[in-house]
Write a protein that binds this ligand. Structure first.
Ligand code: G3H
Ligand code: 13P
Ligand code: ZN
Length: 326
């Protein structure tokens, strides 16, 4: 394709070096999903202020929402904005949950530095074949690839899984060897969205399956592992949303202590989307409820952006351990 754009010309980096340092250093690189300007401004501001490397990631739905060309310029803007803030951050532009070779190729050709091919719902051999095909194209462009083994419960972009299937540790070594992937997402009890666990009265969140994570680590020592569905579904935001007209009964996520424990292991990328959505929704609801006459989006989106900065700084500093690593 003659008008293909390389991420290197946009000032982005792939995930290789970041993951190597994170595995060695016992922390995780944050991967924040974004769809719009305010979310990206908040990610850049918070990561520049905490000196954290960052993966800015886009789902298929987000890419359709934001427009492919607009996204490319937003990513360039993110790099430039961080520099202006005095922080030369390594920034990865990553496709989250790519569902076909064509989508991954299109992202690589339009400036992404990393892609995920999510064949986790396919039979094993088909997952291997699809992932390998993406790796071959990606590596020819120095782009890194994330694969997935095991299915998370919940809603993924146009992929709905009713029940989770934990990753089978016996498969990981073979999968990594056959596909050549650079990192592997595994299923150890997290799920996507704001309703991660169905708890009965008095029950607390069950621990993640760290035994499965340890078994995987043993099979592929030092290999970068990725945790999806890692929002803690911050209770304060759920309460604010419910207080100001929302309805999110039973929303619950992964406790931060468990994420801290995961970040200290071979888990070197932690995906967070829902917490950001909750922060934005809580602050917009609160703002408009308290000032019903306001109709300037800069006011209520500005309040949301401010909260998002606070949230991301907290995640980098107190949960992932990525602060000060850039
Ligand atoms: O894992 C899914 C991400 O949270 C992206 O969600 O497909 O609604 O953009 P989305
Ligand atoms: P959450 O829904 O827990 O934020 O997970 C996001 C995710 O895994 C994106 O790929
Ligand atoms: Zn995910």
């Amino acid at each position: 394709m003659s008008d293909a754009v390389s991420y290197k010309d946009l000032g982005l980096v792939n995930s290789k070096e970041l993951f190597r340092k994170a595995v060695d250093g016992g922390y995780a690189i944050p991967a924040y999903n974004f769809n719009n300007l305010e979310q990206l401004q908040a990610i850049v501001t918070a990561c520049a202020e905490t000196r954290s490397p960052v993966i800015i990631q886009v789902s298929k739905g987000a890419r359709n929402y934001a427009n492919e060309t607009m996204l490319r310029f937003m990513a360039m803007g993110a790099v430039a904005m961080a520099k202006e803030m005095g922080a030369d951050l390594p920034i990865v532009l990553h496709l989250d949950h790519g569902d076909s070779f064509e989508l991954c190729k299109s992202c690589i050709d339009s400036g992404f530095s990393s892609v995920m091919i999510d064949g986790s719902h396919l039979p094993y051999d088909e997952n291997v074949a699809l992932t390998k095909k993406v790796v071959e194209y990606a590596h020819a462009h120095d782009v890194t690839v994330e694969g997935e083994l095991g299915v998370l419960a919940g809603i993924e972009d146009e992929v709905v899984a009713e029940h989770s299937t934990y990753t089978q540790p016996d498969e990981v070594e073979d999968f990594v060897k056959k596909t050549g992937v650079d990192s592997l997402a595994i299923s150890i009890g997290t799920s996507h969205g704001a309703y991660k666990f169905k708890l009965k009265e008095g029950e607390s969140v069950p621990p993640l399956r760290f035994d499965i994570l340890e078994e995987c680590e043993k099979r592929i020592p030092g290999f970068p592992i990725v945790l999806h569905g890692a929002s803690s579904v911050v209770p304060e935001y759920v309460d604010l949303i419910n207080m100001y007209g929302g309805k999110m009964d039973g929303a619950v996520g992964v406790p931060e202590e468990q994420l801290r424990k995961a970040a200290a292991s071979a888990v070197c990328k932690i995906n967070i989307d829902s917490d950001g959505r909750l922060a934005v929704t809580a602050k917009v609801r609160e703002y408009l409820a308290n000032d019903p006459a306001e109709f300037d989006p800069r006011k209520y989106l500005g309040a949301a952006r401010q909260e998002l900065i606070k949230l991301i700084k907290h995640k980098n500093e107190a949960v992932l351990g990525s602060a000060g690593k850039a």
